[in-house]
Ligand binder design. Structure first.
Ligand code: TPP
Ligand code: MG
Length: 375
Protein backbone atom coordinates (compact mmCIF):
# COMPACT_ATOMS: atom_id res chain seq x y z
CA UNK A 1 0.00 0.00 0.00
CA UNK A 2 1.44 3.34 -1.02
CA UNK A 3 1.66 5.88 1.77
CA UNK A 4 3.24 9.32 1.64
CA UNK A 5 1.94 10.53 4.99
CA UNK A 6 2.13 8.24 8.01
CA UNK A 7 -0.54 8.56 10.71
CA UNK A 8 1.89 10.63 12.81
CA UNK A 9 2.33 13.06 9.90
CA UNK A 10 5.78 11.88 8.81
CA UNK A 11 6.35 12.32 5.09
CA UNK A 12 7.85 9.56 2.94
CA UNK A 13 9.04 10.62 -0.52
CA UNK A 14 7.71 8.70 -3.54
CA UNK A 15 9.50 9.25 -6.83
CA UNK A 16 6.57 8.77 -9.19
CA UNK A 17 3.88 10.50 -7.16
CA UNK A 18 6.09 13.36 -6.06
CA UNK A 19 6.85 14.18 -9.69
CA UNK A 20 3.12 14.18 -10.40
CA UNK A 21 2.34 16.26 -7.32
CA UNK A 22 4.97 18.92 -7.86
CA UNK A 23 4.02 19.22 -11.52
CA UNK A 24 7.36 18.10 -12.96
CA UNK A 25 6.00 14.87 -14.51
CA UNK A 26 4.51 14.72 -17.96
CA UNK A 27 6.36 17.56 -19.61
CA UNK A 28 5.88 20.03 -16.75
CA UNK A 29 3.76 23.12 -16.87
CA UNK A 30 1.58 21.96 -14.01
CA UNK A 31 0.93 23.60 -10.70
CA UNK A 32 2.68 22.31 -7.64
CA UNK A 33 -0.06 20.54 -5.69
CA UNK A 34 1.93 20.21 -2.49
CA UNK A 35 2.94 23.74 -1.58
CA UNK A 36 2.28 24.60 2.08
CA UNK A 37 -0.53 26.87 0.94
CA UNK A 38 -2.22 24.05 -0.97
CA UNK A 39 -1.75 21.66 1.95
CA UNK A 40 -3.41 24.15 4.27
CA UNK A 41 -6.22 24.41 1.70
CA UNK A 42 -6.80 20.64 1.76
CA UNK A 43 -6.85 20.78 5.54
CA UNK A 44 -9.49 23.51 5.45
CA UNK A 45 -11.52 21.57 2.86
CA UNK A 46 -11.54 18.49 5.03
CA UNK A 47 -12.56 20.45 8.13
CA UNK A 48 -15.35 22.15 6.19
CA UNK A 49 -16.84 18.95 4.82
CA UNK A 50 -16.63 17.20 8.15
CA UNK A 51 -18.55 20.09 9.71
CA UNK A 52 -21.15 19.98 6.92
CA UNK A 53 -21.41 16.21 7.29
CA UNK A 54 -22.01 16.33 11.05
CA UNK A 55 -24.62 19.03 10.54
CA UNK A 56 -26.37 16.95 7.89
CA UNK A 57 -26.61 14.06 10.35
CA UNK A 58 -28.17 16.43 12.91
CA UNK A 59 -30.61 17.72 10.31
CA UNK A 60 -31.69 14.17 9.56
CA UNK A 61 -32.24 13.59 13.28
CA UNK A 62 -34.35 16.75 13.34
CA UNK A 63 -36.56 15.30 10.63
CA UNK A 64 -35.28 17.70 7.98
CA UNK A 65 -33.61 15.11 5.75
CA UNK A 66 -34.99 11.71 4.83
CA UNK A 67 -31.58 10.11 5.06
CA UNK A 68 -27.90 11.00 5.21
CA UNK A 69 -24.91 8.91 4.17
CA UNK A 70 -21.96 10.21 6.14
CA UNK A 71 -18.48 10.41 4.63
CA UNK A 72 -16.73 10.87 7.99
CA UNK A 73 -13.26 9.38 7.79
CA UNK A 74 -13.15 9.44 4.00
CA UNK A 75 -12.24 13.13 3.69
CA UNK A 76 -8.71 12.57 2.35
CA UNK A 77 -9.88 9.92 -0.11
CA UNK A 78 -12.41 12.40 -1.45
CA UNK A 79 -10.70 15.80 -1.25
CA UNK A 80 -7.58 14.21 -2.75
CA UNK A 81 -9.47 12.60 -5.64
CA UNK A 82 -11.56 15.71 -6.28
CA UNK A 83 -8.57 18.03 -6.48
CA UNK A 84 -6.54 15.54 -8.52
CA UNK A 85 -9.08 15.68 -11.33
CA UNK A 86 -8.81 18.45 -13.86
CA UNK A 87 -11.73 20.81 -14.39
CA UNK A 88 -12.71 19.30 -17.73
CA UNK A 89 -12.53 15.65 -16.57
CA UNK A 90 -15.90 14.01 -15.93
CA UNK A 91 -16.68 12.43 -12.55
CA UNK A 92 -19.35 9.83 -11.83
CA UNK A 93 -20.00 9.66 -8.06
CA UNK A 94 -21.94 7.42 -5.67
CA UNK A 95 -24.11 8.81 -2.85
CA UNK A 96 -21.23 9.38 -0.42
CA UNK A 97 -18.88 11.69 -2.32
CA UNK A 98 -19.43 14.88 -0.34
CA UNK A 99 -15.73 15.75 -0.34
CA UNK A 100 -15.42 15.11 -4.06
CA UNK A 101 -18.48 17.31 -4.61
CA UNK A 102 -16.94 20.07 -2.49
CA UNK A 103 -13.68 19.93 -4.47
CA UNK A 104 -15.70 20.15 -7.70
CA UNK A 105 -17.44 23.31 -6.52
CA UNK A 106 -20.82 21.80 -5.64
CA UNK A 107 -22.31 23.64 -2.68
CA UNK A 108 -23.19 21.29 0.21
CA UNK A 109 -26.81 22.46 0.41
CA UNK A 110 -27.36 20.93 -3.01
CA UNK A 111 -26.43 17.53 -1.63
CA UNK A 112 -28.73 18.04 1.31
CA UNK A 113 -31.62 18.90 -0.99
CA UNK A 114 -31.28 15.50 -2.57
CA UNK A 115 -31.31 13.75 0.78
CA UNK A 116 -34.39 15.79 1.64
CA UNK A 117 -36.06 14.29 -1.40
CA UNK A 118 -36.87 17.55 -3.12
CA UNK A 119 -34.39 17.45 -5.97
CA UNK A 120 -33.77 14.90 -8.66
CA UNK A 121 -30.19 15.87 -9.19
CA UNK A 122 -29.14 19.04 -7.50
CA UNK A 123 -26.64 20.51 -9.94
CA UNK A 124 -25.92 20.83 -13.61
CA UNK A 125 -23.66 17.88 -14.53
CA UNK A 126 -22.60 19.56 -17.75
CA UNK A 127 -21.50 22.73 -15.99
CA UNK A 128 -19.69 21.11 -13.07
CA UNK A 129 -18.55 18.05 -15.01
CA UNK A 130 -19.82 15.90 -12.18
CA UNK A 131 -22.67 13.45 -12.66
CA UNK A 132 -25.58 13.46 -10.19
CA UNK A 133 -25.25 11.13 -7.21
CA UNK A 134 -26.27 7.56 -8.02
CA UNK A 135 -27.38 5.06 -5.39
CA UNK A 136 -27.56 2.01 -7.67
CA UNK A 137 -24.35 0.21 -6.74
CA UNK A 138 -21.82 -0.16 -9.51
CA UNK A 139 -23.86 1.91 -11.99
CA UNK A 140 -21.07 4.48 -11.99
CA UNK A 141 -18.78 2.12 -13.91
CA UNK A 142 -20.80 1.56 -17.11
CA UNK A 143 -21.87 5.21 -17.17
CA UNK A 144 -18.24 6.27 -16.90
CA UNK A 145 -16.98 3.84 -19.54
CA UNK A 146 -19.78 4.78 -21.92
CA UNK A 147 -18.90 8.43 -21.48
CA UNK A 148 -15.22 7.65 -21.93
CA UNK A 149 -15.88 5.76 -25.17
CA UNK A 150 -17.87 8.77 -26.33
CA UNK A 151 -14.88 11.00 -25.60
CA UNK A 152 -12.73 8.74 -27.77
CA UNK A 153 -15.19 9.06 -30.62
CA UNK A 154 -15.24 12.84 -30.20
CA UNK A 155 -11.45 12.91 -30.57
CA UNK A 156 -10.91 14.14 -27.00
CA UNK A 157 -8.35 11.56 -25.86
CA UNK A 158 -4.65 11.21 -26.46
CA UNK A 159 -4.21 14.14 -28.84
CA UNK A 160 -1.63 15.83 -26.63
CA UNK A 161 -3.83 18.90 -26.21
CA UNK A 162 -3.94 19.45 -22.46
CA UNK A 163 -6.95 21.70 -22.68
CA UNK A 164 -9.21 19.21 -24.41
CA UNK A 165 -7.94 15.70 -23.67
CA UNK A 166 -10.35 14.33 -21.07
CA UNK A 167 -10.67 11.37 -18.72
CA UNK A 168 -13.50 10.00 -16.61
CA UNK A 169 -13.35 9.08 -12.94
CA UNK A 170 -15.78 6.34 -11.86
CA UNK A 171 -16.28 6.24 -8.10
CA UNK A 172 -17.69 3.27 -6.22
CA UNK A 173 -17.37 1.43 -2.92
CA UNK A 174 -15.72 -1.83 -1.94
CA UNK A 175 -19.08 -3.60 -1.92
CA UNK A 176 -20.05 -2.17 -5.29
CA UNK A 177 -16.79 -3.48 -6.73
CA UNK A 178 -18.38 -6.97 -6.58
CA UNK A 179 -21.24 -5.94 -8.87
CA UNK A 180 -21.32 -7.48 -12.32
CA UNK A 181 -21.51 -4.03 -13.85
CA UNK A 182 -18.03 -3.23 -12.60
CA UNK A 183 -16.62 -6.43 -14.14
CA UNK A 184 -18.43 -5.73 -17.42
CA UNK A 185 -17.12 -2.19 -17.40
CA UNK A 186 -13.57 -3.45 -16.89
CA UNK A 187 -14.04 -5.55 -20.04
CA UNK A 188 -15.23 -2.66 -22.16
CA UNK A 189 -12.71 -0.19 -20.78
CA UNK A 190 -9.82 -2.60 -21.31
CA UNK A 191 -10.95 -3.74 -24.76
CA UNK A 192 -11.42 -0.22 -26.05
CA UNK A 193 -8.72 1.41 -23.90
CA UNK A 194 -11.36 3.87 -22.78
CA UNK A 195 -9.99 6.76 -20.69
CA UNK A 196 -11.53 5.67 -17.41
CA UNK A 197 -10.10 5.65 -13.92
CA UNK A 198 -12.00 3.29 -11.64
CA UNK A 199 -11.65 4.52 -8.09
CA UNK A 200 -12.87 2.48 -5.18
CA UNK A 201 -12.92 3.77 -1.66
CA UNK A 202 -12.48 0.65 0.38
CA UNK A 203 -14.04 1.93 3.59
CA UNK A 204 -13.96 -1.63 4.99
CA UNK A 205 -17.71 -2.11 5.01
CA UNK A 206 -20.64 -2.53 2.63
CA UNK A 207 -23.35 -1.80 5.20
CA UNK A 208 -22.74 -4.78 7.57
CA UNK A 209 -20.58 -6.88 5.21
CA UNK A 210 -16.83 -6.48 5.74
CA UNK A 211 -14.48 -6.15 2.76
CA UNK A 212 -12.92 -9.52 3.59
CA UNK A 213 -16.15 -11.12 2.35
CA UNK A 214 -15.99 -9.25 -0.97
CA UNK A 215 -12.64 -10.56 -2.12
CA UNK A 216 -9.92 -13.08 -1.29
CA UNK A 217 -7.27 -10.68 -2.59
CA UNK A 218 -6.81 -6.94 -2.12
CA UNK A 219 -9.42 -5.23 -4.28
CA UNK A 220 -6.71 -3.48 -6.29
CA UNK A 221 -5.66 -6.81 -7.74
CA UNK A 222 -9.05 -7.43 -9.29
CA UNK A 223 -8.53 -5.40 -12.45
CA UNK A 224 -5.20 -6.98 -13.32
CA UNK A 225 -6.76 -9.99 -15.02
CA UNK A 226 -8.25 -7.49 -17.48
CA UNK A 227 -4.86 -5.93 -18.09
CA UNK A 228 -5.88 -2.79 -16.22
CA UNK A 229 -2.93 -1.52 -14.14
CA UNK A 230 -3.82 -0.78 -10.53
CA UNK A 231 -2.46 0.67 -7.31
CA UNK A 232 -3.45 0.41 -3.69
CA UNK A 233 -3.00 3.60 -1.72
CA UNK A 234 -3.61 4.76 1.80
CA UNK A 235 -6.93 6.52 1.42
CA UNK A 236 -6.48 8.49 4.64
CA UNK A 237 -3.40 10.11 3.15
CA UNK A 238 -4.48 13.02 0.99
CA UNK A 239 -1.14 13.15 -0.87
CA UNK A 240 -1.04 9.46 -1.77
CA UNK A 241 -4.60 9.69 -3.07
CA UNK A 242 -3.88 12.80 -5.04
CA UNK A 243 -0.71 11.37 -6.55
CA UNK A 244 -2.46 8.14 -7.56
CA UNK A 245 -5.57 9.75 -9.00
CA UNK A 246 -3.75 12.50 -10.88
CA UNK A 247 -1.24 10.04 -12.32
CA UNK A 248 -3.99 7.61 -13.41
CA UNK A 249 -6.16 10.36 -14.94
CA UNK A 250 -3.17 11.79 -16.79
CA UNK A 251 -2.42 8.35 -18.26
CA UNK A 252 -6.05 7.78 -19.25
CA UNK A 253 -6.30 11.24 -20.80
CA UNK A 254 -3.09 10.60 -22.76
CA UNK A 255 -4.69 7.53 -24.36
CA UNK A 256 -2.90 4.92 -22.27
CA UNK A 257 -6.17 3.21 -21.31
CA UNK A 258 -7.96 2.59 -18.04
CA UNK A 259 -6.55 2.39 -14.51
CA UNK A 260 -7.88 1.11 -11.19
CA UNK A 261 -7.17 2.55 -7.76
CA UNK A 262 -8.09 1.15 -4.37
CA UNK A 263 -8.00 3.78 -1.62
CA UNK A 264 -7.90 2.07 1.76
CA UNK A 265 -9.93 4.14 4.18
CA UNK A 266 -12.60 3.81 6.85
CA UNK A 267 -16.24 4.68 7.20
CA UNK A 268 -16.17 6.24 10.66
CA UNK A 269 -19.94 6.61 10.97
CA UNK A 270 -22.72 4.13 10.38
CA UNK A 271 -23.63 3.22 6.79
CA UNK A 272 -26.40 5.82 6.82
CA UNK A 273 -28.60 7.46 9.43
CA UNK A 274 -30.85 4.37 9.12
CA UNK A 275 -28.08 2.05 10.27
CA UNK A 276 -26.65 1.17 13.68
CA UNK A 277 -23.06 0.05 13.16
CA UNK A 278 -22.68 -1.06 16.78
CA UNK A 279 -24.84 -4.08 15.88
CA UNK A 280 -22.09 -5.58 13.73
CA UNK A 281 -18.85 -3.66 14.18
CA UNK A 282 -16.47 -3.89 17.13
CA UNK A 283 -15.75 -0.66 18.96
CA UNK A 284 -12.04 -1.54 19.04
CA UNK A 285 -11.92 -1.33 15.26
CA UNK A 286 -13.40 2.17 15.31
CA UNK A 287 -10.84 3.15 17.91
CA UNK A 288 -8.00 1.79 15.82
CA UNK A 289 -9.08 3.82 12.81
CA UNK A 290 -9.62 6.98 14.85
CA UNK A 291 -5.84 7.02 15.23
CA UNK A 292 -5.52 7.14 11.44
CA UNK A 293 -7.87 10.11 11.07
CA UNK A 294 -7.05 11.83 7.76
CA UNK A 295 -7.58 15.37 9.05
CA UNK A 296 -5.40 14.87 12.10
CA UNK A 297 -2.74 13.32 9.87
CA UNK A 298 -2.47 16.31 7.56
CA UNK A 299 -2.47 18.68 10.50
CA UNK A 300 0.39 16.75 12.11
CA UNK A 301 2.29 16.90 8.83
CA UNK A 302 1.78 20.64 8.55
CA UNK A 303 2.89 21.03 12.17
CA UNK A 304 6.07 19.10 11.40
CA UNK A 305 6.70 21.45 8.50
CA UNK A 306 6.01 24.41 10.78
CA UNK A 307 3.37 25.53 8.28
CA UNK A 308 0.26 25.64 10.44
CA UNK A 309 -0.52 27.64 13.54
CA UNK A 310 -3.23 27.65 16.16
CA UNK A 311 -4.80 30.67 14.47
CA UNK A 312 -5.29 28.84 11.20
CA UNK A 313 -6.71 25.76 12.91
CA UNK A 314 -9.11 27.96 14.88
CA UNK A 315 -10.17 29.88 11.79
CA UNK A 316 -10.94 26.63 9.92
CA UNK A 317 -13.02 25.41 12.86
CA UNK A 318 -14.93 28.69 12.91
CA UNK A 319 -15.55 28.56 9.18
CA UNK A 320 -16.76 24.97 9.53
CA UNK A 321 -19.15 26.08 12.26
CA UNK A 322 -20.43 28.95 10.09
CA UNK A 323 -21.01 26.57 7.19
CA UNK A 324 -22.95 24.21 9.46
CA UNK A 325 -25.12 27.08 10.68
CA UNK A 326 -25.78 28.23 7.11
CA UNK A 327 -26.88 24.72 6.18
CA UNK A 328 -29.06 24.52 9.26
CA UNK A 329 -30.88 27.76 8.43
CA UNK A 330 -31.08 27.00 4.73
CA UNK A 331 -32.70 23.61 5.25
CA UNK A 332 -35.02 24.69 8.07
CA UNK A 333 -36.13 27.63 5.91
CA UNK A 334 -37.11 25.48 2.94
CA UNK A 335 -40.67 25.23 1.79
CA UNK A 336 -42.10 21.90 0.75
CA UNK A 337 -42.33 21.65 -3.01
CA UNK A 338 -45.55 20.71 -4.78
CA UNK A 339 -45.38 16.88 -4.91
CA UNK A 340 -46.62 16.91 -8.49
CA UNK A 341 -43.22 18.33 -9.48
CA UNK A 342 -41.83 14.80 -9.24
CA UNK A 343 -43.29 14.15 -12.67
CA UNK A 344 -41.47 17.07 -14.26
CA UNK A 345 -38.11 16.49 -15.94
CA UNK A 346 -38.52 12.72 -16.18
CA UNK A 347 -38.22 13.17 -19.93
CA UNK A 348 -37.26 16.32 -21.80
CA UNK A 349 -40.56 16.14 -23.70
CA UNK A 350 -44.08 15.11 -22.62
CA UNK A 351 -44.55 11.36 -22.36
CA UNK A 352 -47.94 9.56 -22.24
CA UNK A 353 -46.92 7.20 -19.42
CA UNK A 354 -45.68 10.04 -17.23
CA UNK A 355 -48.80 12.08 -18.08
CA UNK A 356 -51.03 9.16 -17.04
CA UNK A 357 -49.09 8.73 -13.79
CA UNK A 358 -49.42 12.45 -13.04
CA UNK A 359 -53.19 12.26 -13.57
CA UNK A 360 -53.41 9.18 -11.37
CA UNK A 361 -51.45 10.93 -8.65
CA UNK A 362 -53.61 14.07 -8.83
CA UNK A 363 -56.75 11.96 -8.44
CA UNK A 364 -55.21 10.15 -5.49
CA UNK A 365 -54.15 13.41 -3.83
CA UNK A 366 -57.61 14.92 -4.41
CA UNK A 367 -59.16 12.37 -2.01
CA UNK A 368 -57.22 13.91 0.84
CA UNK A 369 -58.19 17.44 -0.19
CA UNK A 370 -61.84 16.38 0.18
CA UNK A 371 -61.10 15.00 3.62
CA UNK A 372 -59.38 18.25 4.59
CA UNK A 373 -62.39 20.28 3.46
CA UNK A 374 -64.83 17.95 5.26
CA UNK A 375 -62.99 18.39 8.56
C1 TPP B 1 -27.67 -2.60 -7.08
C2 TPP B 1 -27.86 -2.28 -5.63
N1 TPP B 1 -27.95 -3.27 -4.73
C3 TPP B 1 -28.13 -2.99 -3.42
C4 TPP B 1 -28.23 -1.69 -2.99
C5 TPP B 1 -28.42 -1.38 -1.51
N2 TPP B 1 -27.20 -0.81 -0.95
C6 TPP B 1 -27.03 0.51 -0.85
S1 TPP B 1 -25.53 0.91 -0.24
C7 TPP B 1 -25.07 -0.70 -0.09
C8 TPP B 1 -23.69 -1.06 0.39
C9 TPP B 1 -22.63 -0.44 -0.46
O1 TPP B 1 -21.35 -0.65 0.05
P1 TPP B 1 -20.08 -0.06 -0.66
O2 TPP B 1 -20.15 -0.29 -2.12
O3 TPP B 1 -18.90 -0.59 0.06
O4 TPP B 1 -20.20 1.51 -0.47
P2 TPP B 1 -20.27 2.35 0.90
O5 TPP B 1 -21.74 2.46 1.24
O6 TPP B 1 -19.48 1.61 1.92
O7 TPP B 1 -19.70 3.68 0.58
C10 TPP B 1 -26.11 -1.53 -0.50
C11 TPP B 1 -26.06 -3.00 -0.48
C12 TPP B 1 -28.14 -0.69 -3.98
N3 TPP B 1 -28.19 0.62 -3.65
N4 TPP B 1 -27.94 -0.99 -5.28
MG1 MG C 1 -17.86 0.30 1.58
Amino acid sequence: MIQLLAPDGTRTPHDEFDAVLDGSAGGGGDDDLQTPERLRGYYRDMVMIRAADLEATSLQRQGQLGLWASALGQEAAQIGAGHASRAHDYLVPTYREHGVAWARGIEPWRLLEMFRGISHGGWDPAELRTHPYMIVLGSQAPHAVGYAMGLQRDGLVGTGDRDTDTAVLALFGDGASSEGEVAESFTFAASFQAPTVFYTQNNQWAISVPTAVQSRVPLAQRSRGWGIPSVRVDGNDVLAVMGAVRSALDAARAGEGPRFIEAVTYRMAAHTTSDDASRYRPGAEEQEWAEKDPILRLRRHLEQLGEIGEDYVKRCDEEGHDLAMQLHHHIHGMEDPDPVMIFDHVYAEPHPVVDAEREQYLEYAAQFEDEETAR
